[in-house]
Design a protein around this ligand. Sequence first.
Ligand code: IPE
Ligand code: IPE
Ligand code: MG
Length: 232
Amino acid sequence: MSLPAHLAVIMDGNGRWAKKRGMPRAFGHRAGVEALEPIIEACGGWGIEALTLFAFSTENWARPKDEVAALMGLIVEYFNKKIDELDRKGVCIRMLGDLSAVPDLQRETALRAMERTKDNKGLKLNIALNYGGRQEILRAARRLAEKCADGEMRPEQIDEVAFEGELYTAGLPMVDLLIRTSGEERISNFLLYQCAYAEFVFVPEYWPDFTREVFARALETYARRDRRFGKV
Ligand code: IPE
Ligand code: IPE
Ligand code: MG
């Protein structure tokens, strides 16, 4: 079965999962964190090179203050609880997004996790935190413009390789498969550049219900797709 080298996941539906149970949205986010382990484990086991998870978008700041605080709290809690195990499994963590706007505790925890696991050779686990695809593209454009202004490069040297080198995902393969849970069928500003030729699989399950079985089915769907990349 052909597997994606780079799998991206929009983990959506935590709030609705909680609402269905008459619980606050934060309860759904907590359940969402629990769903991570089997998926990370499966990706490692199946030899998927990179897994990119959408944890918090640049637009999610517009949510109620207490929900933003709950999400941020869970991120620190997750790293504190899981970093030893992830490190032991050889997982290499990279954060994608503008960490400068993230609260100090979250940023420091994330940077520490990244530093500690940077030489690991197993699954590349990318966590998109305060990430927006448009912002990422603008940032790359600005960085290249600065290099040109500084005389480090000429505008005609800006090609795909140079551009991709300025993205948060520099060095990673382009996204092969994007999975979104919860039945929503949109990209919500995630990996706009990297998904140029991605296959999209939308599953109805809310993220906390995204089990290894649901995951396996999504991968089977992907394996049946005929990827043509513009050719015949
Ligand atoms: C996804 O679940 C988690 C984050 C955006 C962090 P949601 O919180 O978007 O859940 P729904 O879509 O409202 O159900
Ligand atoms: C996308 O989900 C962001 C994350 C999963 C972190 P949203 O729930 O924020 O997206 P929209 O608002 O439904 O498009
Ligand atoms: Mg949502």
